[in-house]
Design a protein around this ligand. Structure first.
Ligand code: GLA
Length: 709
């Protein structure tokens, strides 16, 4: 007998049609419908599908686990074999367990293939659909799993998508296109989440925007290899499938062994991209599934990398500590260069001992100074890596991921340590634990700077999956041992940002690019899935190190504002005037920090491709802070009006431009009221008539506060 199972979230609902002896089919995923039982019965009665000529004789349902063995062909979600057998299982004997109104587990078995499967679905209170699949080999012979995709069907009206791509210093770039090809396949084989093809996808109805449209977002919480497919189904629907990508032979299940897929997180919004990111942000902030920051606020950083690279000059370091503290900076992160032999990028990784040439008395004097100045210390590590020029490699060349007989290629002059090797793991853990015991280190910047090539373990098997789990385990164990420790996930910038690693890490380094022009687009892509407080964003030098572009102080600091703010330049080079300006902005940031880190993050649709408008609004809508970023040359001669439909229309707001006066003159003979003092406007006027903006220079930002009481 067919029946419906409904998973209900807060505002959304997923409805599955249960079909005898088949996996169920998603027939609806959208805003809550609350169908009556009569309506359900009506649907079921007429739910038969047509069977076309020249096709299989059975009705072909688009199930949540389409299988080659059931005639799903290119939509197949599973591939594996036992030698030359058991390669097209069907999985019958389905049983359903509805744990609560939002969650469902489906068990299925294939006795012929000797496999047991469980699909878990949960539509949680934040309207995030979480799904994972577990596969167990139930016979006495090993089973080779090649592919296991989590599959979600979308309605036919979904016809546009945003894919995410990028490269070093250019992460989270968006590629928007029409869905008009039979299949899109994206694979990441880099051994880390990657900045080329991160596991993120957004699909939506025609013309969806920040503020409007129906949209679905998908994210696989995994920090290794992955793949996703987007297929057009013959009835016009779209099928999205995500899974871990295995290298040949990598997932061999011995008798009784189980594989659990990474979780796919997905959400539906009928309020454009804004509602979608609201769902993800609230889930990350409130669900308790991801690492929380452990202070009452997220401290402002100074990071030494672009300030001094490998030149850890003691005098300069101490001066930097004083300067940072005098500006109100709260955490001092000692980046790469502090450990044995690390005078350049070709040596030292793996030798995690404080370099006595640079730090004759260890890190204690620096830490004391940092603490005396009211800050805490963070320390850079790259635990999964080793330089050939290191004591570690000289002693244990066999600890690196490699394939015997081949020359393992170098990446940034380094190899990848096989963390799943018990002795390598214990060596790295001991080094880190010793340092964390010896010194008062509040924070680790955990870096990972190369892709994995021929990542074979000591048996010559692919070790990517095990490497990811070993990394998670090490982070987890350090978190347990040092409950106040916070960890940042960095991988040459943002190449390891995902909800897998975020279970153990408290901040991510979004990009090595501190040029605000580039940062504006990097941060936009990031923001759809991850809330701003997780994002490290640093004020860099006037001439950006990664692009050579020149930017004003105000554009640099305000671009880093809607984030966990940091500084990454030699502050000793700043003029007294620049320091005064920065101090003002730092104080302003502290004033608005809790709003930025807790408020609802909003993007506004703009017609000018060079302009981005975004902001945060407090839950009770009494406070808001918006940025109008003019990144490129304005398309129009006269600027547009700022209209924000997300405030409370029944409230009055005091609207104040927070930029320093000298930065708002721009190209105007006559300025606008916003630049000349506080305005008083109702939420209704702001939403529907708007506030006249000034004409802006390219590479400038306005920061506007809204207060109602
Ligand atoms: C990577 C990181 C940088 C910095 C350097 C140090 O590139 O992304 O922020 O830590 O390594 O080597």
């Amino acid at each position: 007998m067919k029946k419906l199972i409904k998973l209900t979230g807060n505002k959304t609902e997923l409805i599955l049609l249960v079909i005898p002896s088949k996996f169920p089919e998603i027939i609806y995923w959208g805003k809550k419908l609350s169908l009556t039982s009569t309506e359900e019965a009506q649907f079921i009665e007429y739910s038969e599908l047509p069977v076309p000529q020249a096709f299989l004789d059975d009705e072909q349902y688009l199930t949540i686990f389409p299988l080659l063995g059931n005639g799903a062909f290119q939509l197949n979600a599973f591939s594996g074999s036992r030698g030359q057998q058991s390669w097209a299982p069907q999985f019958r004997q389905l049983t359903y367990r509805e744990a609560s109104s939002g969650s469902l587990e489906i068990d299925a078995r294939d006795e012929i293939a000797g496999l047991q499967l469980t699909i878990k679905l949960e539509l949680n209170n934040w309207d995030i659909l979480e799904q994972e699949i577990t596969l167990t080999n139930i016979v006495n012979d090993s089973y080779q799993l090649n592919e296991l995709f989590i599959s979600l069907a979308l309605p036919a009206k979904v016809n546009e998508m945003i894919q995410f791509h990028g490269r070093w210093i250019h992460e989270f770039q968006q590629q928007r296109s029409l869905i008009n090809q039979p299949c899109y396949l994206v694979e990441n084989l880099k051994g880390r989440t990657s900045n080329d093809n991160p596991p993120l996808l957004i699909c939506g109805s025609n013309g969806f925007s920040h503020q409007a449209g129906e949209v679905y977002a998908f994210h696989l919480g995994w920090s290794g290899n992955h793949a996703y497919k987007l297929s057009m189904v013959s009835d016009g629907r779209k099928l999205v499938q995500f899974g871990e990508k295995f290298l040949p032979g990598e997932m061999t299940l011995s008798s009784g062994a189980t594989y659990t897929s990474p979780k796919l997180y997905a959400t539906y919004s009928d309020g454009g991209l804004n509602q979608l990111s609201h769902n993800f942000h609230a889930f990350i902030r409130e669900s308790g599934r991801f690492a929380k920051h452990k202070r009452s606020y997220r401290p402002i950083h100074i990071n030494t990398w672009e300030a001094m690279y490998f030149e850890h000059n003691q005098e300069m370091l101490f001066k930097l500590v004083y300067k940072a503290a005098s500006l109100g900076i709260e955490r001092f992160v000692l980046d790469d260069g502090w450990f044995n032999g690390r005078n350049h990028e070709r040596a030292g990784l793996g030798d995690w001992f404080v370099d006595k040439n640079k730090y004759p008395n260890g890190l204690t004097p620096l830490i004391e100074q940092v603490k005396k100045s009211g800050m805490e210390l963070g320390l850079w590590f790259e635990p999964e890596m080793v330089n050939p020029d290191s004591e570690l490699f000289r002693k244990h060349p066999d600890w690196v991921l490699h394939l015997a007989g081949y020359q393992q290629p170098l990446g940034r002059y380094q190899y990848v340590l096989n963390l799943a090797h018990p002795e390598a793991y214990s060596y790295i853990k001991t080094c880190m634990v010793d340092l964390l015991n010896q010194y008062d280190i509040a924070y680790i910047k955990w870096d990972m700077n190369r892709d994995l090539v021929q990542p074979g373990n000591s048996l010559g098997y692919s070790g990517v999956h095990d490497q990811v789990l070993a990394t998670y385990r090490l982070m987890d164990e350090l978190n347990q041992l040092f409950p106040r420790l916070e960890i940042e996930s960095c991988a040459s910038g943002g190449a390891r940002v995902d909800l897998g690693i975020l279970r153990y890490t408290n901040r991510v380094w979004t990009s090595d690019c501190n040029d605000p022009v580039e940062r504006q687009s990097i941060q936009e892509g990031f923001s759809y899935f991850f809330p701003p407080e997780l994002m490290g964003s640093h004020f860099g030098p006037e001439q950006a190190h990664t692009t050579n572009r020149l930017n004003t102080l105000e554009y640099r600091i305000l671009t880093a504002f809607f984030a966990n703010l940091g500084f990454e330049q030699n502050l000793l080079e700043l003029t007294a005037y620049e320091c005064t300006q920065l101090k003002t902005y730092i104080d302003l940031y502290k004033k608005y920090r809790s709003l930025i880190h807790r408020g609802d993050f909003i993007w506004l649709d703009t017609l000018d491709p060079g302009q981005k408008i975004y902001g945060v609004i407090s839950a009770d809508k009494t406070q808001a802070l918006f940025a109008v970023a003019q990144n490129g040359f304005p398309v129009n001669q006269v600027s547009s009006k700022l209209m924000i439909p997300y405030l409370d229309e029944s409230k009055n707001y005091r609207v104040k431009l927070l930029n320093s006066q000298e930065n708002t003159g721009y190209l105007m003979k006559k300025s606008v009221p916003l630049c000349n003092g506080e305005l008083l406007l109702s939420g209704k006027v702001i939403a529907n008539l708007g506030i006249q903006l000034p004409i802006m220079h390219p590479q400038s930002i306005l920061l506007i506060a809204f207060t109602s009481n």
